[in-house]
Write a protein of this length. Structure first.
Length: 405
């Protein structure tokens, strides 16, 4: 059990901003280490297991099993303030709250996640949820994705990926493969044109998995537009504008189904604050990529989607980051130099069919880092799909969020 000095009167020992997977799992690990004065800020009454939303959109899981009450996942002994943070003053060591109050801290963990910038693409905010436009990136729209896929028998389906960093970078293309496989089984795939818009020069940043995904896309007859991005939506006309960033040319595609993934960034108040990394235009928080400590404020740590780290933003990354943050925070609380290091591990379960999956795991150097070294995760596997659908959710709720794994 950790032994740390008491906090100054009126000041909380540890404040955690954000009650998602990063904030909750870090709080749980600190509690298990014996830290008793922990305050968590989050306004939401609902906690979501977001990786299931792709399967919800693909008709393979009900939305309800991805949701639990926030109160049910708050670790015992952690004080939950159900308010949003509005600003951080790292010099005064205070967090401004939505009700106008201020909360002092000795140590701060920043894990507020990112925001979906629906207004970042002209016309998208007005069209999503209607006009045959959907997105698995919002729980209120994920069931609509399956409704549109299930009812489609011909026409054009467009699936997009923004040029910004985003949570679960493989999700924009996974739903395209699930849809294509459904249409294949319904014997209507040959009547449906599928366009997949990707801003990068390859389908996936790690070449060995990109090569496999190229074959998957070709198997379904998907038109892959690399180095391209959705730049406008006209919901009334059911048209999407796709811009090729290599040539600058714009193409208007009439759609019968549009799965649109919005640009994403740090929350506005984080962007405007002193913890944001000035080297990044999207306002993500500066953090040493190995210790996850802020470079100018050693009492501040950041993890999860809001941290400006050169790796994919996934729940699997959080699972490896939380132990590092908790251990290094304990080091700093006890006057030691942070001793634990995060190597950039992340993973992306790439669902390629309604019963098949690739598991891409890699580090900062894009080196494969398999958790299952005795099997090939470069092959589409049913056991990996079963692992994602049935094993990962309970591991999340009962292992990761409780600080056990």
């Amino acid at each position: 059990m950790a032994s740390t000095p008491a906090s100054a009167p009126g000041r909380r020992r540890v404040v955690i901003v954000g009650g998602g997977s990063a904030g909750i799992s870090t709080a749980a690990r600190l509690r298990r280490a014996g830290i008793t004065d922990i305050t968590l800020l989050d306004p939401s009454g609902t906690h979501w297991y977001q990786p299931l939303w792709t399967l919800v959109g693909g008709g393979q899981a009900p939305l309800g099993i991805s949701r639990r009450s926030e109160a049910s996942v708050i670790p015992g002994g952690v004080h939950w303030i159900r308010q949003a943070a509005q600003a951080v003053d790292p010099d005064a060591r205070t967090v401004a709250l939505a009700d106008g109050g201020r909360l002092g801290y000795d140590f701060l963990v920043m894990a507020p996640g990112l925001q979906l910038d629906w207004g970042g693409v002209p016309g998208l905010a007005e069209a999503v949820g209607r006009d045959r436009v959907t997105s698995n990136y919002a729980p209120e729209h994920a069931p609509l994705t399956w409704e549109l896929i299930r009812n489609m028998r011909s026409g054009t389906a467009v699936f997009t990926h923004p040029a910004t960093p985003l949570k679960c970078g493989g999700a924009p293309q996974k739903i395209a493969y699930l849809a294509a496989d459904h249409w294949r089984k319904q014997k209507v795939l040959d009547k449906i044109r599928i366009v997949l818009v990707i801003p990068d020069p390859a389908l996936f940043k790690v070449p060995v998995w990109s090569e496999v995904l190229e074959k998957v896309a070709a198997r379904y007859g998907i038109e892959v537009r690399l180095r391209s991005e959705m730049t406008a939506v006209d919901g009334d006309r059911r048209e999407v504008t796709v811009t090729d960033h290599t040539t600058g040319t714009k193409e208007t595609i009439a759609y019968d189904l549009l799965h649109a993934v919005p640009p994403q960034s740090a929350p506005d108040w984080v962007k405007a604050g002193p913890l944001a990394d000035p080297a990044g235009p999207l306002g993500f928080i500066a953090a040493d990529k190995h210790t996850l400590q802020h470079p100018h404020h050693p009492e501040v740590f950041a993890l999860g989607d809001v941290a400006n780290l050169p790796t994919s933003k996934t729940g699997a990354a959080v699972r490896k980051q939380a132990p590092v943050v908790a251990a290094n925070l304990l080091d700093v609380m006890n006057g030691r130099t942070p001793s634990h290091r995060y190597d950039g591990y992340t993973s992306c379960p790439l669902v390629t069919a309604r019963d098949k999956m690739l598991l891409a795991e890699f580090d900062y150097d894009l080196r494969p880092t398999p958790s299952f070294p005795l099997i090939s995760t470069l092959k589409e596997r049913r056991d990996m799909w079963l692992f994602k659908r049935y094993a990962l959710p309970p591991l999340y709720w009962h292992g990761m969020l409780t600080g056990r794994i």
